[in-house]
Write a protein that binds this ligand. Structure first.
Ligand SMILES: Nc1ncnc2c1ncn2[C@@H]1O[C@H](COP(=O)(O)OP(=O)(O)O)[C@@H](O)[C@H]1O
Ligand SMILES: [Mg+2]
Length: 394
């Protein structure tokens, strides 16, 4: 399916970024959080980028998850450099080909060998240059921005971006727009909510999931192909979509299955879709449970503490150590807790995330929902199935 366009949301955000919204301070940076696979990247690239371009803005997009092995700071610099290259125009490119190292562009000396790396140029200089050469405001969209916090170079890049924003923007004039998205609100919050955070004072907003208009669009597509199914039960479709965690990919795949002639349904397909959604949800939970049960007792205790404490998690304070001892039934030293945390980070896929400043979070925020639901149902911790022996710490 072609992505469902989200034009209205894009327009709203463009106005906010330009400082035209009555409320809010998106012109100081827009921070958008939504769970994985709910359509953030699709929206940022497919809706927001063209809407900004149409409003006369040069857009630089970078996804810090595109290549997890690359340093986030380098990825950001490179994306800016790539946007800069065509703007430097003939002069710089000719000079580069001719082997001339330095050219003057807009009062700045640019090392042409380093175009594409920005080393020679600070991020602020590069963004200023891009803005001046293009004669337009610049929007920098950083997808999965929380990843920048996992390295010092990434953190430094964030601080540099804030300073670039402060230098390029004046009251009423927005020359640099910053959009940062993230799959985990708690992690994204670390960019804005501590006194030393690069964007202290900004708010993280929830990016709205696809809604009833998306469901109506899908329903219309189905009705056009299968008129005999009219009218579709859109409420039930929406409930199924919600149960799929607002993830369009799973929803569309399940739709394809229940609508397939091979499904040989004798009843309406909508309830079967909802069943499929519940089944998927149960499967996701079973997966998390079996991962949890596959951990050593100290790892389980550390993860449990992290799930229970969220952003307040302190891995080695006296209370945490007492907690680990209670749960494992034996004393746990700081070194052992450290080793367990490290093991949780090194797993594939990783269960724990760590920032360059030593803050921890669960890698996948869906785990929090799972934990909360099981706590509410008084069904925590997961217990091994009968006959399966619990693992031992070595
Ligand atoms: N607007 C949309 N219309 C239809 N499908 C979408 C839309 N947005 C996302 N999807 C589907 O959901 C999948 C995940 O979207 P993506 O943008 O990668 O999510 P995220 O960046 O939040 O993890 C995409 O591969 C696509 O199949
Ligand atoms: Mg994405």
């Amino acid at each position: 399916m072609i992505a469902f366009p989200r034009t209205a949301l894009a327009q709203e955000l463009v106005a906010a970024l330009q400082g035209k919204a009555v409320l809010g301070d998106a012109h100081n940076g827009l921070f958008l959080a939504a769970p994985r696979r709910t359509g953030k990247s699709t929206f940022l690239q497919g809706d927001l980028r063209p809407a900004l371009q149409a409003a006369g803005v040069v857009v630089v997009y970078v996804d810090l998850w595109a290549d997890a092995r690359r340093d986030p700071g380098g990825l950001i610099a490179e994306a800016i450099a790539r946007a800069l290259e065509p703007q430097l125009g003939l002069v710089a490119r000719t000079a580069k080909k001719a082997g001339v190292d330095k050219v003057k562009v807009g009062g700045l000396e640019v090392d042409t060998r380093k175009i594409g790396t920005v080393d020679g140029l600070t991020l602020t200089d590069a963004l200023r240059l891009l803005h001046e050469r293009a004669g337009k405001p610049v929007a920098l969209i950083i997808d999965e921005a929380q990843h920048a916090l996992t390295s010092e170079a990434g953190e430094a890049a964030m601080t540099a971006l804030k300073s670039a924003r402060d230098q390029l923007n004046q009251p009423g004039v927005v020359n640099l727009m910053l959009v940062m998205s993230g799959s985990d609100r708690d992690k994204l919050l670390r960019l804005v909510n501590t006194a030393g955070a690069p964007f202290y004072g900004s708010q993280v907003q929830r990016m709205p999931p696809l809604g009833p208009d998306f469901i109506a669009h899908v329903a219309a597509l189905i009705e056009a192909q299968r008129p005999e199914l009219k009218p579709l039960d859109q409420n039930l479709l929406h409930r199924a979509f919600e149960t799929f965690g607002f993830r369009p990919q799973f929803f569309m795949a399940a739709l394809g299955q229940v609508l397939s002639p091979l499904a040989a349904l004798t009843e309406r397909f909508e309830p079967a879709l909802l069943e499929a959604a519940k089944h998927q949800q149960a499967q996701d939970e079973t997966q998390m449970e079996s991962e949890y049960l596959g951990l050593k007792p100290t790892e389980q205790a550390v993860l449990w503490r992290l799930l229970a404490q969220g952003p307040r998690f302190r891995p080695y304070d006296a209370e945490a150590l007492r907690f680990y001892r209670d749960k494992t039934g034996h004393p746990v030293s700081v070194a052992q807790a450290q080793k367990a945390l490290e093991a949780l980070r090194q797993r594939m896929p990783a269960l724990v995330w760590k920032s360059a400043r030593g803050e921890y979070a669960v890698e996948d925020a869906a785990m929090h929902r799972w934990f909360e639901a099981r706590m509410a149902a008084r069904d925590w911790p997961p217990s091994p199935p009968q006959g399966m022996l619990p693992l031992e710490d070595e």
